[in-house]
Design a protein around this ligand. Structure first.
Ligand code: NDP
Length: 615
């Protein structure tokens, strides 16, 4: 170790080499195609709904309405709520599940919890006067909260549950979208909002033999309590004599493995890449503190979180948790210690990232007793290469005699599934149940993720339209697909606090819809020029992120080792969500609907607004 290393307590060159070799051994030549589409013989892993009444039936609906919202998770709920506030009431929310909740309807695995503080994450706390029970809410409370929003804004009367959309097609003759469903509905909607959530389609690893297993298996987002017994808190008596394999070690596995370990005869965790597991420090909400918050507090708190995520200086860290600790570690120092050059900045940030990762690895040393398990659980990569996780029980559970970690990094994953179990390192682990905690489709084709294609003007599909890369205005709308909106992760600002991002997007879209209706527009869509401008803005930002992602261990953040270009789904407005929101607020305040083309039912242009939008 050099002088620098002695001072730091670690050797940056050695760590850099280690990070590179850990990455190289995991990058697979089949990249993102290593995952199976959950369709055909595997459809049950996604389409089976263990929580809904399978006998439910209703008559098909044929109706004209202002708006169809596809998806009843938080993004759909927020879109509906903000539309109601804008006076738009003629809409339907179409949802595949049997209730509102989206992610939190489906993800009821034991221990499921939100890693973002509830005071930031649970939307509309002030509007609904709700105090979260704990600092980090568990899934049942979050699901209940989505139902609360549904009741508060009278959204149940507009919902079509257990309904999957089969096609979405623009009809020029009536200036409306035909939204057709598997229940035979034909909704003729002026506007469509896609509110599907960025991770709604489960994915399965393409492990040979996956269809041959004779025991019980399911995806973590379709937890089968009918089989395991118990509920999200545990009590899974059905597992008492069961050997359970969990495949995957991302945020989901980190939360569910400790609960399964309490109840199952034995748990085998098949881990390809260890997660960073940082401190949770949950605690009940202090009612006195909560009631002392001033009006506007939730927005202020969310902005404080977002500012820190974007590396901005804040006077007070209102959140002060493990997330903001991570943000600090990956942000350049401010004020007089501010780096003067890009090289200096990169070096300072890299060293601070390494120091945090050293702490994370030391925690593994402190907690886990078995030396081989301990080494395998240590992550070697930059902290934001993979989604950090926070849990106070996960590492501890490897000290239990009924938990075995099986490191499958050398073989780039589990080798094979047999009728009796899981093969790794040439050993067959016989199990009764396999849980695939293998994540969700993020970068596969749009058609695959949505399970359908959107057909715009002149019969053009959205997949074809975006085959050369995403083209949008502000991430929400695209030319050729009039009156169509996308909520989620696209060419807008990303926030780890997803619900806050959804709400900001919902407010904006609700404004555009309501304003278009107020102005008597039959259609609204971006001009080509405004869209081109926005794409260049986004592509400009992306340049810095690529080399970082290329050096990362593979995962969905970097499209399994080959990061997508700036116009891909990860192209983002990197100055951060607060800056993006200011831009949108200014755009709305301007009132010109800049960059949008509004036409009446005869095709005549309505708004004069400039052809390009403010960037
Ligand atoms: P992830 O995509 O994060 O993890 C999938 C896991 O499966 C990885 O550990 C992956 O390994 C592993 N895997 C894939 N293929 C194989 C294989 N062939 N053999 C062995 N292992 C394999 O999915 P999660 O469901 O854990 O999390 C998805 C996202 O959901 C999170 O990143 C987070 O954004 C969100 N989430 C949020 C929570 C919250 O608090 N709000 C809670 C839980 C999840 P490898 O890493 O090597 O690819």
């Amino acid at each position: 170790m050099g002088a620098d290393s002695t001072e730091l307590g670690f050797d940056p060159d050695a760590l850099r080499d280690r990070y590179r070799s850990e990455r190289d051994k995991r990058v697979r030549t089949d990249g993102s195609t290593q995952y199976l589409e959950v369709a055909g013989e595997y459809a049950r892993f996604a389409e089976h709904d263990p929580y809904a009444d399978p006998t439910f039936t209703r008559a098909p609906i044929s109706e004209d309405l202002d708006l169809a919202i596809i998806g009843g998770g938080f993004s759909g709920l927020l879109a509906a709520a903000r539309l109601r506030e804008q006076g738009v009431d003629s809409f339907r929310v179409i949802e595949a599940g049997g209730d509102f909740g989206g992610t939190w309807y489906w993800n009821r695995y034991p221990g499921a919890q939100c890693d973002t503080e509830s005071y930031c994450y649970l939307p509309l706390l002030e509007e609904l006067g709700y105090m979260p029970r704990e600092r980090y809410s568990y899934a049942d409370e979050i699901f209940e909260h989505s139902q609360r929003i549904g009741r508060h804004y009278d959204l149940y009367s507009s919902a079509l549950f257990q309904t999957r959309v089969g096609s979405i097609e623009w009809d020029d003759t009536i200036d409306r979208w035909h939204v057709r469903t598997q229940r035979g509905d034909d909704l003729r909607a002026r506007f469509v909002i896609m509110a599907l959530g960025p991770m709604s389609r489960p994915k399965l690893p393409g492990i040979p033999g996956i269809g041959e297993f004779e025991g019980h298996s399911f995806h973590s987002s379709r937890w089968d309590y009918g089989y395991t017994g118990g509920d999200t808190t545990g009590g899974m008596t059905g597992l008492a004599d069961q050997r359970v394999a969990v495949i995957g070690s991302g945020a989901t596995a980190i939360q569910c493995v400790p609960r399964v370990a309490r109840d199952a005869q034995h748990v085998y965790l098949f881990q390809r890449t260890p997660s960073t597991v940082w401190l949770r420090r949950n605690r009940p909400t202090d009612p006195e503190w909560f009631s002392s918050q001033r009006p506007g507090w939730q927005r202020e708190r969310r902005e404080n979180f977002a500012a820190q995520a974007a590396g901005e200086m804040v006077e007070d860290d209102l959140i002060d948790d493990s997330w903001t600790e991570v943000f600090r570690a990956i942000s350049a120092p401010k004020g007089e210690h501010r780096p003067r050059t890009k090289e200096e900045r990169d070096r300072v940030v890299e060293l601070s990232d390494m120091a945090l990762m050293e702490q994370i690895r030391r925690r593994v040393d402190d907690v886990v007793r078995d030396p081989a398990t301990r080494e395998a659980l240590k992550p070697y990569y930059r902290v934001m290469c993979k989604r950090p996780t926070f849990n106070d029980e996960f590492l501890e559970c490897f000290n239990r005699p009924n938990v075995t970690l099986v490191d499958v990094s050398e073989s780039q994953g589990v080798e094979r599934i047999t009728p009796r179990g899981v093969v790794a390192g040439g050993v067959e682990y016989e199990v009764d149940c396999i849980v695939y905690a293998s994540g969700f489709e993020m970068s596969s084709s749009l058609r695959r993720r949505l399970g359908l294609d959107i057909v715009g003007r002149d019969g053009e599909t959205l997949s074809d339209h975006w085959s050369g890369g995403l083209r949008t205005l502000h991430g929400f709308m695209t030319r050729g697909f009039p009156n169509w909106f996308w909520i989620g992760v696209s060419q807008n600002a990303f926030s780890l606090n997803m619900t806050s991002m959804f709400d900001d997007q919902a407010r904006h879209i609700a404004y555009v819809v309501a304003e278009s209706l107020r102005r008597g527009a039959a259609t609204v869509e971006p001009t080509e020029a405004a869209q081109d401008d926005w794409v260049s803005v986004i592509n400009g930002f992306y340049v810095g992120g690529r080399s970082f992602l290329e050096a990362c261990t593979p995962g969905y953040y970097n499209n399994e080792g080959s990061p997508l270009g700036g116009s891909g789904f990860f192209g983002a407005y990197t100055p951060g969500i607060n800056a993006f929101n200011r831009l949108l607020e200014q755009w709305r305040a301007d009132g010109a609907m800049a960059g949008l083309e509004l036409r009446d039912g005869d095709g005549a242009e309505l708004a004069e607004g400039s052809s390009t939008a403010a960037t």
